[in-house]
Structures are given as structure tokens and as C-alpha cells.
Design a protein around this ligand. Sequence first.
Ligand code: URA
Length: 229
Amino acid sequence: MRLDRFLSNLPRFNRQDARQLISQGRIRLDGQECRDAQAEVREFSRVQLDDELLQAGKAARYFMLHKPVGVVSATCHPEHRTVLDLLDEPDKDDLHLAGRLDLNTSGLLLISNDGLWTRRLTLPGSKQPKVYRVQTEQPISTEYIEVFARGLYFAYEDLTTLPAELEILGSHSARLTLHEGRYHQVKRMFGHFQNKVIGLHRERIGPLELGDLPVGNYRVLSDEEVAAF
Ligand code: URA
């Protein structure tokens, strides 16, 4: 919400008071004097009038998790353990997932209570590369490289997938980089060749790599990692 709106929503100020306080330089946003009535106040923002605290601001939390196979990417589920069950954190109801992985997929998952950040990451236009290691039932031929780079038509969504890069690692294994996240995208792309994916693991999203984070563990992201998106 805009700063002037935030202030005039408080019982003690009307719109004129709000404008005046801002133009007098009496409002501080996250510790800095703010004279911009349109500055954005979020639930995480600290707002002060002179030295008086008007809003403390919630702590924004950002995590990366190494999702194991068999744990569901949801905040609650009637049958399976969820990824949130793996987090030893307070106020887990506040947390949401930046994208999902299938039940039988492992790897990097990002979790936060900052809805703007998770949305930015998951918007179709975000184009953050997502890197997967894939194991297949049938051999992978070099023909796949060109077909994936050209894009595949998905009739259900009536779209052609963005060019994807395939690096063949072995007869039945490859590394695939996608620049979007369609439903079951990797499995459907290999499905084009009637080749079943029998192992799928996400190694990276944009600049964030899972590295040697053990399976089932999680860690807090650094300020630089959060800002990278
Ligand atoms: N593509 C899939 O098919 N499954 C996933 O979990 C992620 C990408």
C-alpha cells in the first residue's frame, strides 16, 4: 500500500495529516527519511513517525530446501508428508512455495513468506532458468537436442515450449535447462519420444544452486541470494 494511504488508514491521521507528515520529512521507512507519498509500505516495512514506531514490520523469511522424493510440494496434504513438515520454523502458515516439484521429483525448492518474491519467481515471464538432471527408461538420442531447442507443441495449453537446452550425460541421463515451468514439463517433453522419465532432480533455479545441501535439509538464503531474483 502507498505510504500516504498507510498513514491515513491509521485512526489518528486523515489524508491531509498524512501528506503533511510526509512532506515535513517526519516519516521514516526502513530507517530512511521518506518524502515520497507513493512509496510502498509492505507488511515487512518498518514505519516510524519521528522516533515513534508505527509499524515494526514482519521479518521476511527465505529458504532453500532439498526436497526428497515422496514428499509433496504443498502446504498441507491428507496422505503425504509435505515440504513444510521438513521445516523447523515458527509460523509455518505464513510460508508459501515458489513453484512445485512432482511427488517423485527431488531437488531445489524455494520457500518464503514474501508473496511478491515467490510470485516474481513463478510468473511465466520470469524466465529464470531451471536446471534438471533427468534419468530415462529408454536411451536418449542426439535428436532430442534439436527438438527441445526448437520447442514442443503442448496441445492442452495450445503453446510451444520455449527453447530448452539439453546436455546428454550418458545413454539414459541428461541435464535439461528450461526457461519456463509448465505442468509436468520435463516428463511431457521426454514423453514426446515415448521415453519415460524414471528419475528427476532439480539442481538449480536461476543463480541458486542446491550444492551439497543434504536431502531433506534446508537453509536460510543470504540477502544477496534473495536480491538475485
Ligand atoms: N517437470 C516435471 O515433469 N516434473 C517436475 O517435478 C518438474 C518439472
